[in-house]
Ligand binder design. Structure first.
Ligand SMILES: NC(=O)c1ccc[n+]([C@@H]2O[C@H](COP(=O)([O-])OP(=O)(O)OC[C@H]3O[C@@H](n4cnc5c(N)ncnc54)[C@H](OP(=O)(O)O)[C@@H]3O)[C@@H](O)[C@H]2O)c1
Length: 220
């Protein structure tokens, strides 16, 4: 599948997730515009490495694509997504997970009730919501699909392994948007599994406590 079928792709965030997602697209010959907080010039080495289909742009440019991957840390999501162009039904792929890094000098570092403290992270306080409900409020008018968030991103550039295809989950409430993201996942060489609505699939595949989070499955 080419961009002609999928539409344009933007990536907000060029760290571990954003850069590896771009790497996956580049390997499949798909085009995208990638952005970070420091501006396109700071991404010169990355786009040079990834080749001609991946362009560095501003956040506004990346956010104007038909499909936009949000690949920023949970604590930055509200700031990044505020003030972007109207979504008008365009597709947002939420690649975030609601985890926060712990300041080693804060009381959180010694919170015995946090099973993740040893890893230097904690679950974000979502006020009783699940993370897609919060991201949905930050992208009003977008069609939200949760995907590309359940694995350590270092495995993403190898969609085909051990005689099979690596499994990626996706969930969402809009059938057409889900079909587009499924097409993107499959075009990149993965095996796509539909986990249902955001209410069901989002929490299942989200770190830190989703039952399917971090399960690196291969469809033989
Ligand atoms: N790492 C993983 O294995 C993994 C796996 C699955 C899901 N995720 C999720 O993916 C998300 C990103 O994680 P990551 O590991 O990729 O984080 P990361 O390596 O720290 O990258 C974060 C990116 O966000 C950008 N950013 C921050 N504030 C911004 C702003 N105001 N405008 C534009 N860009 C901004 C940063 O740009 P600058 O560097 O220029 O500030 C950076 O490129 C998180 O929600 C995480 O839970 C990560």
């Amino acid at each position: 599948m080419s961009n002609a079928t999928i539409g344009s792709i933007g990536i907000i965030g060029a760290g571990a997730l954003g850069s590896n997602f771009a790497r996956v697209l580049a390997k499949s010959g798909m085009a995208a515009t990638i952005a970070n907080s420091r501006g396109p010039a700071s991404l010169a080495a990355l786009v040079e490495e990834l080749g001609p289909t991946i362009k560095a742009g501003t956040v506004q440019e990346a956010a104007s694509a038909d499909i936009v991957l949000v690949a920023v840390r949970w604590v930055d999501a509200e700031k990044v997504l505020g003030g972007l162009p109207a979504w008008n039904g365009r597709i947002v792929i939420d690649g975030t997970n609601p985890v926060e890094f712990i300041d080693p000098a804060s009381p959180d570092a010694n919170d015995a009730s946090n099973p993740l403290a040893a890893y230097g992270i904690k679950a974000a306080d979502l006020g009783g919501q699940h993370s897609s409900q919060i991201i949905a409020q930050l992208v009003p008018g977008a069609r939200l699909v949760k995907a590309f968030n359940h694995l350590d991103v270092n495995v993403l550039p190898e969609p085909e392994v051990a005689g099979g295809k690596r499994v990626l989950f996706y969930s969402g409430d809009d059938a057409t948007a889900k079909a587009a993201v499924r097409g993107l996942i499959e075009a990149a060489g993965f095996f796509a599994i539909d986990l249902g609505t955001l209410d069901v699939g989002g929490p299942l595949a989200s770190l830190p406590f989703g039952a399917l989070a971090m399960h690196n499955l291969v469809r033989i």
